[in-house]
Ligand binder design. Structure first.
Ligand SMILES: [Zn+2]
Length: 278
């Protein structure tokens, strides 16, 4: 077999020494191929690593931007929560204020307003807004319930006869059950409605004389008897404080006074339950 040989000649700088050695030509040709392949592979590896580094840096930037965005959104949520809580607390305080004013107008002394119950709101802590909703709805319900209940006195006058058994006011023997309160007054004194409702009667009613009945919610009715004049008509809407008529002595009466009766589902109850909050 004829093997080609390549001679490699090494010469020193001063050309005085020379060295030579023979390599089969096929090895030299193979070495060229390997060398080119190696260079190509190295170039590809460098390009790939550079690409990875650039991608990683861009991903890291993107991640930082997202983290900043999340932090800013968290701050926004906290701010909105805090504003919501403030609004809800204001609503609750307003409801309580209305409620207290309403009771005061009805002649009932409300409790003193306590400021800043529970301390200041910590803006770094998350609160369950539903708790505030609950108290807000509750205070609104309280206000609307109070509006619809007959609270306080319809007329400020001397109590001449209380709810319950009493001797016959017209003299004679025995006693009778008195279904309401008798408040002494003068003919023409104003009688005021004690809660929001609808006039279901403004007419003469046997022993009650000129009589007004007002229907409230929860099956509650108020009766105002022995009036001299009416100031309302049947079907009229009324609210607490409205003048419904004037003190008189009509019907079965011994003198000018107001007979005030409260019924629940048609059954008379002690009006004292509604005169104060006790
Ligand atoms: Zn009476």
């Amino acid at each position: 077999m004829n093997r080609k040989i390549t001679t490699v000649l090494l010469v020193s700088n001063d050309r005085e020494e020379t060295k030579s050695f023979n390599i089969p030509t096929i090895h030299v040709q193979r070495f060229k191929k390997y060398f080119v392949s190696f260079l190509s592979l190295t170039a590809l590896t460098v390009i790939f690593i550079s690409y990875l580094l650039i991608s990683l840096s861009s991903y890291s930037n993107e991640k930082q931007q997202l983290m900043n965005k999340i932090a800013s959104m968290e701050n926004d949520v906290k701010l909105i929560d805090s504003l919501n809580i403030k609004t809800k607390i204001n609503d609750i305080e307003n409801n309580i204020l209305f409620f207290n004013n309403y009771l005061r107008e009805r002649g009932i002394k409300p409790g003193d307003k306590q400021k800043d119950i529970g301390g200041a709101v910590d803006s770094n802590e998350r609160y369950d807004l539903s708790v505030y909703d609950y108290y807000n709805n509750y205070s609104a319900l309280l206000l609307s319930t109070a509006n619809n209940l007959p609270l306080g006195y319809p007329f400020i006058g001397e109590m001449r006869s209380d709810y319950g058994y009493r001797p016959n006011p017209f003299g004679g023997r025995g006693s009778e059950f008195h279904k309401g309160l008798d408040l002494k007054g003068n003919i023409g004194d104003t009688v005021r409605c004690t809660g929001e409702g609808i006039v279901s009667q403004a007419d003469w009613d046997k022993g009650y004389g000129k009589c007004v009945v007002i229907k409230h919610t929860y099956g509650i009715e108020c009766l105002f008897g022995h009036l001299s004049e009416f100031n309302v008509t049947t079907g009229q809407k009324v609210k607490a404080g409205d003048v419904i008529g004037f003190i008189g002595s009509t019907g079965r009466s011994t003198g000018p006074h107001l007979h005030y009766e409260i019924r629940v589902n048609g059954i008379d109850i002690n009006p004292h339950n509604f005169l104060t909050l006790n």
